[in-house]
Ligand binder design. Structure first.
Ligand SMILES: NC(=O)c1ccc[n+]([C@@H]2O[C@H](COP(=O)([O-])OP(=O)(O)OC[C@H]3O[C@@H](n4cnc5c(N)ncnc54)[C@H](O)[C@@H]3O)[C@@H](O)[C@H]2O)c1
Length: 267
């Protein structure tokens, strides 16, 4: 039986992916900084009627030692880790770069960049020893060089995630012959709590009407995107793979059909 670890899986995309992995008989290690959401997520994922098991481990991805503990708990419960997903993330307060405080800058870079760097580093080190495994990092706005006032720092972290993941995949070619696959998930726009707040939920984000319009055309609920991504992760055997939901073709089709397909996620 295979095992997946998903950071930030107390809600949102991570939680939706966890349910699909469990339905595919994967042992699931749920982990989040938010203990309450984590407990609720565990209760729900456990209800799915497959033989695989679920554990939960509280882990703040900005703490190297807590991620080391997360790996140890997963191995103690299930003997190894097949797929490790660095999914935990936070949004940027809707402010131009010059208005962000040092605390806000540090918080965003610590979670969105350093969290994924720590998770990738530790998972890679251990997967190299066990001789197999896949690591996924989650791309986002900025990964493809898109730029917008109010998302400069978030975009910077996601652009860095893209470079980092590709460069680590190169290291994996050299160090493991690509046996450890270091890969990317590109989910597009997801209608989750993420788009509504920043600073760990403390700062509300008021989405402008024109942003809502774009989200209504291009956005999807996270379960739709998880349904697309998880089977592809399970099948994947390639290092440096990239699993993309919102392709250019899909985005183009959405804009073309927007007049007939009225959607409103914000009613
Ligand atoms: N929502 C979108 O439109 C969108 C688009 C592209 C990429 N993404 C990325 O997808 C990932 C998941 O986003 P989501 O929309 O499900 O967000 P979400 O806010 O619903 O879930 C994120 C989870 O991460 C957890 N988390 C935050 N800080 C943490 C920390 N320090 N340690 C551990 N857990 C922590 C939160 O508690 C939460 O459960 C993020 O990396 C995000 O950047 C989101």
């Amino acid at each position: 039986m295979k095992t997946v670890v998903i950071t930030g899986s107390g809600r949102g995309f991570g939680f939706e992916m966890a349910k699909i992995f469990k339905a595919n008989n994967f042992n699931v290690v749920l982990t989040d900084i938010n203990e309450e959401n984590l407990a609720a997520a565990k209760f729900e994922v456990e209800q799915l009627p497959t033989q695989s098991k679920v554990i939960s481990v509280v882990c703040d991805v900005t703490k190297h030692a807590q991620i080391e503990n997360l790996w140890a708990e997963a191995v103690k419960a299930f003997g190894g880790v097949d797929i490790w997903i660095n999914n935990a993330g936070v949004n940027q307060p809707d402010k131009p770069m010059c208005e962000l405080t040092q605390k806000e800058i540090d918080f965003l870079v610590d979670v969105d960049l350093k969290g994924a760097v720590y998770g990738s580093k530790l998972a890679f080190k251990h997967m190299k020893e066990q001789g197999y495994g896949q690591i996924y990092n989650v791309e986002g706005y900025g990964s493809n060089d898109a730029m917008m006032t109010g998302l400069t720092l978030y975009g910077t972290t996601k652009r860095a995630i893209t470079y980092f993941t590709q460069a680590l995949a190169k290291e994996s070619e050299d160090l493991t012959d690509g046996k450890v696959c270091v890969c990317r998930l590109t989910p597009g726009i997801m209608i989750t709590e993420f788009i509504k707040s920043a600073n760990g939920g403390k700062t509300k984000i008021e989405l402008p009407e024109k942003t809502k319009k774009v989200y209504n055309i291009l956005g999807d609920y996270p379960q739709t995107i998880a349904n697309y991504c998880v089977p592809r992760m399970i099948k994947n055997t390639k290092n440096n793979a990239k699993i993309v939901w919102l392709t250019n073709a899909r985005a183009f089709a959405r804009f073309l059909t927007a007049g007939f397909n009225k959607r409103n996620f914000f009613e």
